[in-house]
Design a protein around this ligand. Sequence first.
Ligand code: ZN
Length: 311
Amino acid sequence: MEMIKLKPVFKQMIWGGNKLRDEFNYPVDFDNCGECWGISAHQNGDCTVAGTEYDGMKLSELYAAHGELFGSLKSERFPLLTKIIDARADLSIQVHPDDEYAFEHENGSYGKSECWYVIDAEPGSTIVIGHNAKDSAEVKDMIEGRRWSEFIREIPVKAGDFFMINPGTVHAIKGGTLILESQQNSDITYRVYDYDRLQNGKPRDLHVKQSIDVIKAPFVDEKPFIDPDVTKNTCMEQLVTCEYFSVWKLDVDGEKTVLQDQACMLMSVIDGEGTVNGEKLVKGDHFILPFGYGEAKLEGKMNIIVSSPRR
Ligand code: ZN
């Protein structure tokens, strides 16, 4: 059985930098590329399979036609999305709904749980996770009163940090940070605050009502949940397991063997180079080990982020 290699989709963003082109050597022919959608079957950025008998198919098509490659999941659409995000400037402060709210208010869409592995952060960088309101009434007061500096919880960030962002959590990536995001396959975002910036002379729309509806209060700073029974592979460091996915960090220096014991395993090489079962891998490669793949022998010096869907 062969791995499924994917061609990413690139997104120009007003806040994007040039590290995806300059440091990851992606074929990006424009400036300010903020996002590389490395493993995605979303309609706003559907990756193309490179190689194998499925060459040229979209990931969404492959999932629909060959669900068995992904472990015959219950999910109607491919459930996860992996992105690398290069923020030169601050992103707006936002929050995502859960499945229930999104289904009801966003045309049957999925909600969004996401998590961030920080690949790189310039010295002094910060990130927004959570808020300081004591309850939902105070969330409303602080947002409607535009008391942003009181409301927003901003913390220092460095390479190697990991954050789980459950639905209802206020969050924002700030300038100078490069992250790998593993998330549910959803694009539903409510913008809470955009630093009063203008785009083409106008402020971008805010979603005040939806934000107040979905923000959970008070914010609780919990450690990501770890489930030691989710895999037999002790050579991977588990970062989180939630209802929708598990995520691990896999550092290879020499040789490591991973047994594909999940529905499918999504892998992204965030640094270094090497091989998987003899096939060359470089920084920036994204691929899926299908259901029943067996053992993956990884050789070289590489840092890989692995994720697997849970439903
Ligand atoms: Zn988000």
